[in-house]
Design a protein around this ligand. Structure first.
Ligand code: MEV
Length: 311
């Protein structure tokens, strides 16, 4: 049997990161960048081996080797193949520790490719729920939004619930594609760390932080309506307010604040950090002048950008 190759999608969170961990709503969308896993059957009687990582052409790990092996072992065990000897090559277009969902995309790609290699049929729900277990290894108390977008690959409104699936999701369909610039701060930040810091603050003063989470939740509700109408001016304003509240949660950083300011000055209708924060990436909603001035301004300040669209 030849190699089986499958992808998981990277994502941006448009509105609602962190508060989504506490049962509030969030909006996320896939981006063009993916993680691809290539799986071949190896010598039976052995644990899975990850032979090679390739991030955008160079050899480096997107997530730590230790964690990725734990993830691979969990997937093999859950699929009933603990000692099937699979060998895995990973090709990532997603930079590591950037808040763009590389770990969830890796899990989804590996689950799908391993299942295909052994002719195991899995529904998308099964893929996503196993990827959720993998995310628990990577970052403790995930909301489930990253693995959901990595699996389904379309824009969603997401809420964690007590339902058996663990969440409610609804599709977000926009009347026209919405251009987004992603800017990388170059500072690696682990979502596990910022999620733990927010939890510590919340445990210390729940009422104070619950009030912030509730405010973010109402921005998300308004944002879903704005997206469905294609109202980018409104969406941009909501993103800016969300950034202020993420700053209040202390998950922003000097680099992220600088990038947000640069993007707004270059005509962005809205700009905010995306994902875990503490470093990682920002997203900027392009205005009438388009994405190029925003990209150019960020490049001049030394930051890497990607262009994506919500569609
Ligand atoms: C990470 O992409 C988003 C967070 O809200 C964590 C989570 O939802 O699991 C920070």
């Amino acid at each position: 049997l030849g190699a089986r190759s499958q992808v998981g999608y990277g994502k941006i969170i448009l509105l609602g990161e962190h508060s989504v961990v506490y049962g509030r709503r969030a909006i996320a969308a896939p981006i063009g960048l993916t993680v691809r896993a290539e799986v071949v059957r190896g010598e039976p009687g052995q644990a899975p081996v990850i032979t090679d990582w390739n991030v955008d052409g160079s050899a480096q790990e997107t997530i730590s080797p230790d964690v990725s092996h734990q993830v691979a072992a969990l997937i093999a065990a859950r699929l009933g193949l603990p000692e099937s000897g699979v060998r895995v090559d990973v090709f990532s277009k997603l930079p590591r520790a950037s808040g763009l969902g590389a770990s969830a995309a890796f899990a989804v790609a590996l689950i799908r490719a391993t299942a295909e290699c052994f002719s195991i049929e899995l529904s998308d729900e099964q893929v996503s729920s196993l990827a959720f277990e993998c995310e628990q290894i990577v970052h403790g108390t995930p909301s489930g939004i990253d693995n959901t977008v990595a699996t389904f690959g379309r824009p969603i409104l997401f809420k964690k619930t007590d339902a058996p699936s663990g969440h409610e999701i609804s599709d977000i369909v926009t009347p026209h594609p919405i251009p987004i610039v992603i800017g990388l701060s170059g500072v690696h930040a682990l979502t596990a760390h910022t999620v733990a810091a927010v939890r510590a603050a919340w445990l210390h003063n729940r009422a104070r932080y619950d009030a912030i989470f509730d405010q973010i939740d109402s921005l998300v509700g308004e944002g879903a309506d704005a997206l469905r109408r294609g109202d980018t001016a409104e969406l941009g304003e909501l993103m800016n307010i969300n950034q202020g509240l993420l700053n209040a949660l202390q998950v922003s950083s000097p680099e992220l604040e600088q990038m947000v300011a640069i993007a707004r000055r270059a005509g962005a209708l809205g700009a905010k950090l995306t994902g875990g924060g503490g470093g990682g990436a920002i997203i900027a909603l392009a205005g009438p002048a388009g994405a190029e001035p925003i990209r150019t301004a960020l490049h001049q300040a030394g930051y890497t950008t990607y262009l994506t669209e919500i569609r």
